[in-house]
Design a protein around this ligand. Sequence first.
Ligand code: AP5
Length: 214
Amino acid sequence: MKKRLILLGPPGAGKGTVGGRLGETLELPLVSSGDLLRENLKKGTEAGIKAKQYMEKGELVPDEIVIAMIEEELSKPSCDRGAILDGFPRTLSQAQMLDGLFECGDDVKVVYLKADDDFLVNRLSKRRVCDGCGKIYHLVNLPPEKEGLCDVCGGKLVQRNDDREEIIRRRLNVYRKMTAPLIEYYGKRNVLHIVPGDGKLEDTLDEIRRIVKW
Ligand code: AP5
Protein backbone atom coordinates (compact mmCIF):
# COMPACT_ATOMS: atom_id res chain seq x y z
CA MET A 1 0.00 0.00 0.00
CA LYS A 2 1.38 3.39 -1.01
CA LYS A 3 0.63 6.81 0.37
CA ARG A 4 -0.10 9.44 -2.24
CA LEU A 5 -0.68 13.03 -1.35
CA ILE A 6 -1.57 15.24 -4.30
CA LEU A 7 -1.12 18.98 -3.78
CA LEU A 8 -3.40 20.82 -6.13
CA GLY A 9 -3.67 24.57 -6.47
CA PRO A 10 -2.84 27.66 -8.51
CA PRO A 11 0.70 29.00 -8.99
CA GLY A 12 2.00 30.37 -5.72
CA ALA A 13 -0.58 28.67 -3.49
CA GLY A 14 2.30 27.05 -1.58
CA LYS A 15 2.44 23.54 -3.08
CA GLY A 16 6.26 23.39 -3.09
CA THR A 17 6.68 25.03 0.32
CA VAL A 18 4.04 22.90 2.03
CA GLY A 19 5.17 19.76 0.18
CA GLY A 20 8.77 20.24 1.27
CA ARG A 21 7.83 20.67 4.94
CA LEU A 22 5.37 17.75 4.95
CA GLY A 23 7.92 15.53 3.23
CA GLU A 24 10.23 15.92 6.24
CA THR A 25 7.63 14.82 8.80
CA LEU A 26 5.79 12.23 6.71
CA GLU A 27 9.10 10.82 5.44
CA LEU A 28 7.84 10.77 1.88
CA PRO A 29 9.69 12.17 -1.14
CA LEU A 30 8.37 15.33 -2.77
CA VAL A 31 7.91 14.82 -6.50
CA SER A 32 7.54 18.21 -8.18
CA SER A 33 6.92 18.27 -11.92
CA GLY A 34 8.09 21.90 -12.06
CA ASP A 35 11.38 21.10 -10.29
CA LEU A 36 11.96 18.04 -12.48
CA LEU A 37 11.39 20.13 -15.61
CA ARG A 38 13.74 22.87 -14.35
CA GLU A 39 16.39 20.20 -13.57
CA ASN A 40 16.05 18.84 -17.12
CA LEU A 41 16.34 22.37 -18.46
CA LYS A 42 19.54 22.99 -16.47
CA LYS A 43 21.06 19.70 -17.68
CA GLY A 44 20.03 20.43 -21.27
CA THR A 45 18.23 17.10 -21.75
CA GLU A 46 15.92 16.60 -24.74
CA ALA A 47 12.86 16.88 -22.49
CA GLY A 48 14.25 20.07 -20.94
CA ILE A 49 14.96 21.66 -24.31
CA LYS A 50 11.43 20.86 -25.52
CA ALA A 51 9.86 22.11 -22.26
CA LYS A 52 11.70 25.45 -22.21
CA GLN A 53 9.52 27.28 -24.74
CA TYR A 54 6.32 26.39 -22.88
CA MET A 55 7.63 27.19 -19.41
CA GLU A 56 8.95 30.59 -20.47
CA LYS A 57 5.51 31.55 -21.74
CA GLY A 58 3.70 30.19 -18.67
CA GLU A 59 2.00 27.47 -20.70
CA LEU A 60 1.75 23.79 -19.87
CA VAL A 61 4.42 21.46 -21.16
CA PRO A 62 2.85 18.74 -23.40
CA ASP A 63 1.42 15.81 -21.46
CA GLU A 64 3.65 13.16 -23.05
CA ILE A 65 6.84 14.87 -21.80
CA VAL A 66 5.59 15.39 -18.25
CA ILE A 67 3.91 12.00 -17.96
CA ALA A 68 7.07 10.11 -19.01
CA MET A 69 9.11 12.11 -16.51
CA ILE A 70 6.73 11.48 -13.59
CA GLU A 71 6.32 7.78 -14.43
CA GLU A 72 10.09 7.36 -14.28
CA GLU A 73 10.33 9.25 -11.00
CA LEU A 74 7.52 7.33 -9.28
CA SER A 75 9.06 3.99 -10.28
CA LYS A 76 12.25 4.76 -8.32
CA PRO A 77 12.88 2.88 -5.03
CA SER A 78 12.70 6.22 -3.18
CA CYS A 79 8.96 6.26 -3.98
CA ASP A 80 8.30 2.71 -2.74
CA ARG A 81 6.28 3.97 0.25
CA GLY A 82 4.52 6.61 -1.83
CA ALA A 83 5.08 10.28 -2.58
CA ILE A 84 3.87 13.82 -2.23
CA LEU A 85 3.02 15.20 -5.67
CA ASP A 86 3.45 18.93 -6.34
CA GLY A 87 2.19 20.31 -9.65
CA PHE A 88 1.13 16.93 -11.04
CA PRO A 89 -1.46 16.11 -12.28
CA ARG A 90 -2.37 19.33 -14.05
CA THR A 91 -4.62 18.04 -16.82
CA LEU A 92 -7.32 15.40 -17.06
CA SER A 93 -4.99 13.11 -19.08
CA GLN A 94 -2.32 13.40 -16.39
CA ALA A 95 -4.86 12.55 -13.69
CA GLN A 96 -6.03 9.51 -15.66
CA MET A 97 -2.44 8.34 -16.11
CA LEU A 98 -1.90 8.64 -12.37
CA ASP A 99 -5.07 6.67 -11.67
CA GLY A 100 -3.55 3.87 -13.76
CA LEU A 101 -0.53 3.74 -11.43
CA PHE A 102 -2.56 3.52 -8.24
CA GLU A 103 -3.14 0.07 -6.85
CA CYS A 104 -6.05 -1.19 -4.82
CA GLY A 105 -5.46 -0.23 -1.19
CA ASP A 106 -3.30 2.81 -1.95
CA ASP A 107 -4.17 5.72 0.30
CA VAL A 108 -4.84 8.72 -1.96
CA LYS A 109 -5.53 12.18 -0.60
CA VAL A 110 -5.84 15.40 -2.55
CA VAL A 111 -5.33 18.77 -0.89
CA TYR A 112 -6.46 21.81 -2.84
CA LEU A 113 -4.65 24.94 -1.63
CA LYS A 114 -6.97 27.83 -2.38
CA ALA A 115 -6.09 31.52 -2.80
CA ASP A 116 -7.19 34.40 -5.04
CA ASP A 117 -5.31 35.80 -8.03
CA ASP A 118 -4.25 39.22 -6.69
CA PHE A 119 -2.89 37.64 -3.53
CA LEU A 120 -0.92 35.11 -5.61
CA VAL A 121 0.56 37.69 -8.00
CA ASN A 122 1.75 39.73 -5.04
CA ARG A 123 3.16 36.68 -3.24
CA LEU A 124 4.98 35.29 -6.28
CA SER A 125 6.65 38.61 -7.04
CA LYS A 126 8.39 38.26 -3.64
CA ARG A 127 9.41 34.62 -4.05
CA ARG A 128 13.09 33.74 -4.29
CA VAL A 129 14.54 30.28 -4.84
CA CYS A 130 18.00 28.87 -4.19
CA ASP A 131 20.00 28.42 -7.35
CA GLY A 132 21.76 25.46 -5.75
CA CYS A 133 19.27 23.30 -3.81
CA GLY A 134 15.94 24.83 -4.91
CA LYS A 135 14.75 25.78 -1.40
CA ILE A 136 11.91 28.31 -1.58
CA TYR A 137 11.91 31.65 0.28
CA HIS A 138 9.68 34.69 0.48
CA LEU A 139 11.23 38.12 0.98
CA VAL A 140 8.72 39.06 3.69
CA ASN A 141 7.13 35.88 5.12
CA LEU A 142 9.93 33.35 4.88
CA PRO A 143 13.17 35.32 4.45
CA PRO A 144 16.66 33.74 4.57
CA GLU A 145 18.88 34.41 7.59
CA LYS A 146 21.46 36.14 5.38
CA GLU A 147 20.09 38.35 2.63
CA GLY A 148 20.36 36.77 -0.83
CA LEU A 149 21.83 33.48 0.43
CA CYS A 150 20.29 30.07 1.08
CA ASP A 151 20.19 28.95 4.75
CA VAL A 152 20.73 25.32 3.73
CA CYS A 153 23.52 25.34 1.14
CA GLY A 154 24.67 28.97 0.97
CA GLY A 155 23.58 29.13 -2.69
CA LYS A 156 22.49 32.34 -4.37
CA LEU A 157 18.79 33.24 -4.17
CA VAL A 158 17.28 34.12 -7.53
CA GLN A 159 13.90 35.07 -8.98
CA ARG A 160 12.31 32.49 -11.28
CA ASN A 161 12.00 33.61 -14.92
CA ASP A 162 8.27 32.92 -14.87
CA ASP A 163 7.66 35.06 -11.77
CA ARG A 164 7.07 38.28 -13.75
CA GLU A 165 3.54 39.66 -13.38
CA GLU A 166 2.59 39.17 -17.04
CA ILE A 167 3.70 35.52 -16.97
CA ILE A 168 2.17 34.88 -13.55
CA ARG A 169 -1.23 36.11 -14.88
CA ARG A 170 -0.89 33.80 -17.90
CA ARG A 171 -0.07 30.85 -15.60
CA LEU A 172 -3.18 31.67 -13.56
CA ASN A 173 -5.33 31.65 -16.70
CA VAL A 174 -3.86 28.35 -17.83
CA TYR A 175 -4.48 26.96 -14.34
CA ARG A 176 -8.15 27.97 -14.45
CA LYS A 177 -8.69 26.43 -17.86
CA MET A 178 -6.63 23.25 -17.66
CA THR A 179 -6.14 22.36 -13.99
CA ALA A 180 -9.11 23.72 -12.04
CA PRO A 181 -11.42 21.03 -13.55
CA LEU A 182 -9.47 18.50 -11.47
CA ILE A 183 -11.11 19.95 -8.36
CA GLU A 184 -14.41 18.48 -9.53
CA TYR A 185 -12.69 15.29 -10.75
CA TYR A 186 -11.29 14.52 -7.29
CA GLY A 187 -14.30 16.02 -5.48
CA LYS A 188 -16.54 13.37 -7.05
CA ARG A 189 -14.29 10.66 -5.64
CA ASN A 190 -14.47 12.05 -2.10
CA VAL A 191 -10.70 12.41 -1.78
CA LEU A 192 -10.57 16.20 -2.02
CA HIS A 193 -9.84 18.50 0.93
CA ILE A 194 -9.88 22.27 0.60
CA VAL A 195 -7.32 24.18 2.66
CA PRO A 196 -6.64 27.95 2.55
CA GLY A 197 -3.32 28.62 0.80
CA ASP A 198 -3.14 32.20 2.00
CA GLY A 199 -2.89 31.60 5.73
CA LYS A 200 0.12 31.22 8.02
CA LEU A 201 2.36 28.36 6.93
CA GLU A 202 2.22 26.55 10.31
CA ASP A 203 -1.62 26.71 10.30
CA THR A 204 -1.74 25.30 6.77
CA LEU A 205 0.64 22.48 7.73
CA ASP A 206 -1.34 21.64 10.89
CA GLU A 207 -4.57 21.48 8.92
CA ILE A 208 -3.07 19.15 6.29
CA ARG A 209 -1.54 16.91 8.97
CA ARG A 210 -5.00 16.60 10.57
CA ILE A 211 -6.44 15.57 7.19
CA VAL A 212 -3.67 13.18 6.22
CA LYS A 213 -3.07 11.47 9.62
CA TRP A 214 -0.12 9.37 8.32
P1 AP5 B 1 5.61 24.83 -11.21
O1 AP5 B 1 7.01 24.96 -10.80
O2 AP5 B 1 4.83 23.65 -10.77
O3 AP5 B 1 4.87 26.18 -10.86
P2 AP5 B 1 3.38 26.48 -10.35
O4 AP5 B 1 2.40 25.38 -10.29
O5 AP5 B 1 3.01 27.64 -11.17
O6 AP5 B 1 3.56 26.66 -8.87
P3 AP5 B 1 4.65 27.49 -8.17
O7 AP5 B 1 5.90 26.68 -8.03
O8 AP5 B 1 4.77 28.83 -8.81
O9 AP5 B 1 3.96 27.75 -6.77
P4 AP5 B 1 3.74 26.86 -5.50
O10 AP5 B 1 2.29 26.58 -5.34
O11 AP5 B 1 4.66 25.67 -5.45
O12 AP5 B 1 4.15 27.92 -4.41
P5 AP5 B 1 5.46 28.03 -3.50
O13 AP5 B 1 5.48 26.94 -2.47
O14 AP5 B 1 6.69 28.22 -4.32
O15 AP5 B 1 5.51 24.86 -12.82
C1 AP5 B 1 6.26 25.76 -13.61
C2 AP5 B 1 6.00 25.49 -15.08
O16 AP5 B 1 6.39 24.14 -15.41
C3 AP5 B 1 4.53 25.56 -15.51
O17 AP5 B 1 4.15 26.87 -15.85
C4 AP5 B 1 4.53 24.61 -16.73
O18 AP5 B 1 5.05 25.25 -17.86
C5 AP5 B 1 5.47 23.52 -16.31
N1 AP5 B 1 4.81 22.40 -15.63
C6 AP5 B 1 4.98 22.01 -14.34
N2 AP5 B 1 4.24 20.94 -14.06
C7 AP5 B 1 3.56 20.63 -15.20
C8 AP5 B 1 2.61 19.63 -15.52
N3 AP5 B 1 2.20 18.72 -14.62
N4 AP5 B 1 2.12 19.61 -16.78
C9 AP5 B 1 2.52 20.51 -17.71
N5 AP5 B 1 3.41 21.49 -17.46
C10 AP5 B 1 3.93 21.55 -16.21
O19 AP5 B 1 5.11 29.38 -2.70
C11 AP5 B 1 5.07 30.62 -3.35
C12 AP5 B 1 5.65 31.71 -2.43
O20 AP5 B 1 4.84 31.86 -1.28
C13 AP5 B 1 7.05 31.38 -1.89
O21 AP5 B 1 7.78 32.58 -1.82
C14 AP5 B 1 6.80 30.82 -0.48
O22 AP5 B 1 7.89 31.10 0.37
C15 AP5 B 1 5.55 31.60 -0.07
N6 AP5 B 1 4.62 30.82 0.74
C16 AP5 B 1 4.03 29.68 0.39
N7 AP5 B 1 3.18 29.25 1.34
C17 AP5 B 1 3.23 30.21 2.31
C18 AP5 B 1 2.54 30.38 3.53
N8 AP5 B 1 1.59 29.54 3.94
N9 AP5 B 1 2.82 31.47 4.26
C19 AP5 B 1 3.71 32.35 3.84
N10 AP5 B 1 4.40 32.28 2.68
C20 AP5 B 1 4.15 31.19 1.92
